[in-house]
Design a protein around this ligand. Structure first.
Ligand code: 5GP
Ligand code: MN
Length: 340
């Protein structure tokens, strides 16, 4: 049914490591998104099905609109209980790194992970992984880590072991990382996988609503405010920039995840192919970069201490909002530089 994307020796090696471990800990990146949680929880349920003691550790909380995902209540959040998080990493006989390509993406858990001498398996789709591990299952052409989890299970010959829980988690990750299959989603095999997940019993429309139709009134109004008052368009560079100060966020009672997806909105405008969202947090400004087509959003993000994929990347700034906006506008003016 599916092309063998993951190299055979990686499957065999990982299977052996799983067979030799009872306690397994899965780590995923800071501010976990649908794919981080989808892949982690999908693998979690699969390993639980093999009677393993499995834990998921994340640096900080995940947004409310993902809290319905089966198993999310078992996730150890380091910011809530750092000792438990570090213990869970230290006690594991094997670690999985899911949906990140550098240990910086797990922030304050970096040392605990690096100190573990136990086997590590990375499963990810970000370019150029820079992490020491025993097996590196890294395929940047694949649209989501969740899709890689499906492919991994499938290659183990365990398709029949994919329960409804696993299927729902995998679908959620595939759906969120492709904007409900509106970008990065041209590969026909994505739909073969969805076909399997549907046969297992997922309700795709319900999952869509659980993730995308759960705005609070504040979030909806913040979105309106961004579009009507804060979206700057640079027609010559075919770019858009939205920025939100801490005060503006507070005015709309900002909750984690409230600006999720806002950065994609300007793409509904004809010809826009670069979109940037800068949001001020307590200690830094978080910047999201998106592009359509061949513009490398990750190259632009690299100038802001970040990186990511060709069409979706992120970075941060510790300067004032004014200075940060100046730097972003400079980057937009120089868009050609990144396309070389
Ligand atoms: P978002 O804009 O949704 O936070 O992030 C989009 C993508 O950019 C993520 O999936 C991740 O690959 C990447 N990304 C976001 N923030 C950072 C960052 O600070 N550093 C790096 N290296 N990548 C990031
Ligand atoms: Mn991902």
């Amino acid at each position: 049914m599916l092309t063998n994307i993951i190299a055979e020796d990686k499957i065999i090696k990982t299977k052996k490591l799983i067979d030799n471990s009872q306690k397994i800990t899965i780590l995923t990146h800071i501010s976990p998104d649908g794919d981080a949680l989808g892949s982690s929880l999908g693998l979690y349920w699969f390993l639980r099905g093999m009677d393993k003691d499995v834990n998921i550790v994340v640096p900080n909380k995940f947004p409310e609109f993902l809290a319905w995902m089966p198993g999310s209540e078992h996730i150890v959040v380091a910011l809530d209980d750092n000792a438990a998080a570090e213990r869970t990493i230290a006690d594991a006989e094997m670690l999985f790194y899911l949906d990140f390509n550098t240990l910086n993406r797990i922030n304050w858990l970096k040392n605990a992970a690096a100190e573990s001498k136990k086997p590590k398996v990375l499963i990810d789709h970000h370019p150029e992984p820079d992490i020491e591990c025993d097996v590196c299952i890294s395929y940047p052409k694949i649209s989501s880590t969740s899709e890689l989890i499906f492919r991994f299970i499938y290659r183990l010959g365990e398709l029949q072991a994919i329960t409804l829980n696993i299927a729902e988690c995998i679908y959620t990750g595939m759906m969120t990382d492709t904007g409900n299959f509106s970008f990065n989603s041209q590969s026909p095999e994505i739909y073969l996988i969805i076909n399997e997940l549907l046969k297992i019993g997922i309700n795709k429309d319900e999952i869509f609503n659980k993730v995308f139709s759960t705005y609070s009134v504040d979030r909806m109004r913040l979105m309106g405010y961004c579009l009507s008052k804060k979206m700057k368009i640079y027609p010559e560079q075919r770019a858009s920039l939205i920025y939100l100060t801490l005060a503006e966020c507070e005015q709309y009672n900002f909750q984690m995840g409230d600006s999720e997806g806002f950065v994609n909105m300007p793409f509904s405008i004809k010809d826009i192919d670069i979109s940037i969202l800068a949001r001020q947090d307590k200690d830094k400004i978080k910047i999201s970069f998106r592009s359509q087509g061949s513009f490398p959003a990750n190259k632009m993000a690299e100038e802001f201490k970040g990186g990511g994929h060709l069409n979706a990347a992120g970075g941060e700034s510790y300067f004032s909002m004014k200075k940060t906006i100046g730097m972003l506008e400079e980057a937009i003016r120089n868009r050609k530089k990144y396309e070389e």
